[in-house]
Design a protein around this ligand. Structure first.
Ligand code: AMP
Ligand code: MG
Length: 281
């Protein structure tokens, strides 16, 4: 068990049919420390994550076929960007492949919804991070009826089949749904409007989207019920406390990388012989 956790983060956060609308978004499931301890721990555990990531990278460089995919979903201001900066930022950038998925381009719309996703799957040895993902195609697309139900409804099964294939070919998938309260979102949007260094994050449509909160909650509820599989589990992350969200995702990634049980790749040369040659050189 990780230090200051009463239970493994994977059980504390695993989606298990909880009601999204009733979720306490300010909770810190499983963590027994406070904010100060949480922040201290983030630095310490970031180092552990970084070491594991280097092993994964070395594995990829020496012919290994494993990788990790972190899928981040959440409403605007939920803190997806902060996870990328503060969690993913603690590992070597050459081992990370970050992809964000916005409104599809004309070209992307000419293909099936998984086309652009497949192209960004992590290479061997990489940690792929999706800031939004194929799940937008059963979230915003469903809420705004961008395609008819006859088209989005089959997507849950298509997503499961797709993720099964990704998992079976060596990628550990970790899916995190981040939830803030409607009030917390208001506070964060206000901050974006009051701070010139945050204007760039603001989009007037973020305010219009607030009117659809219940529809989004319903769409999240269904998505969690229909795509929470053993091979691609969902974690439900209360995200009002940024420090907790970052620590929890760090622990989820440590867990995912640990399940790979990687060793440092053995030398593919005779170490003694190379030492001898070095001495003589
Ligand atoms: P942001 O993450 O703040 O840059 O915003 C990206 C926007 O793209 C969000 O409003 C998403 O809902 C939207 N988006 C992402 N994927 C899709 C999709 N498949 N169809 C329509 N809108 C999407
Ligand atoms: Mg945005």
């Amino acid at each position: 068990m990780a230090k200051h956790w009463s239970e493994p983060v994977t059980t504390a956060l695993r989606a298990d049919g909880q009601n999204v609308a009733d979720l306490d978004t300010s909770a810190t499931p499983g963590f027994t420390g406070d904010k100060r301890r949480g922040k201290e721990l983030l630095a310490e555990r970031g180092q552990v994550l970084s070491d594991l990531q280097e092993k994964l990278f070395a594995h990829g460089r020496t012919g290994g076929h494993r990788s990790v995919l972190l899928v981040l979903q959440g409403m605007d201001t939920a803190g997806k960007g902060g996870i990328v900066r503060h969690v993913i930022g603690s590992v070597d950038p050459q081992g990370v492949d970050h992809a964000s998925f916005g409104v599809p381009t004309e070209e992307e719309l000419q293909h099936d919804f998984l086309w652009r996703i497949r192209k960004r799957l992590p290479a061997h040895g990489q940690i792929g991070v999706f800031d939004r993902s194929h799940y937008e195609d059963v979230l915003v697309v469903r809420v705004h009826e961008l395609v008819p139900q006859s088209e989005w409804e089959p997507r849950y099964d298509l997503i499961n089949a797709f993720e099964r294939e990704v998992a079976d070919t060596g990628t550990v998938i970790v899916k995190v749904a981040m939830f803030v309260s409607l009030d917390e979102q208001k506070r964060r949007l206000r901050e974006r409007l009051e701070r010139p260094d945050k204007y760039w994050k603001f989009n007037p449509s973020d305010i219009s989207e607030r009117a659809y909160w219940p529809e989004y909650q319903k769409a999240y509820q269904d998505l969690l019920a229909r795509t929470n599989t053993e091979y691609a589990p969902w974690y439900v992350l209360p995200a009002d406390h940024k420090w907790y969200a970052r620590l929890a995702v760090t622990e989820l990634l440590i867990d995912a990388l640990s399940t790979l049980d990687l060793d440092w790749p053995p030398a593919d040369f005779d170490v003694d012989e190379q030492l001898r040659r070095l001495d003589e050189s």
